[in-house]
Design a protein around this ligand. Structure first.
Ligand code: ZN
Length: 53
C-alpha cells in the first residue's frame, strides 16, 4: 500500500516576508519539504502552513 498524503506547504519567512510554496509529504508526524533556508539566510524563523491538495 502506498499511502503518502501530499501536502502543499506554504513557508513564510519571518525575517524578510518572502513566501515559498513547496510540496511536502508527511512522514512520521512531521512534514518533509526539503526546504533549507530563505534567500535572506534565515534558516529557522518561519511561519509554516500546511494544506492538503
Ligand atoms: Zn527571508
Amino acid at each position: 500500500m502506498t499511502d503518502k498524503p501530499r501536502l502543499k506547504v506554504v513557508i513564510r519567512c519571518n525575517q524578510c516576508g518572502e513566501r515559498f510554496i513547496l510540496r511536502g509529504k508527511r512522514e512520521k508526524g512531521r512534514v518533509e519539504t526539503g526546504f533549507k533556508q530563505c534567500i535572506c539566510n534565515n534558516a529557522s524563523d518561519f511561519e509554516i502552513q500546511e494544506n492538503t491538495f
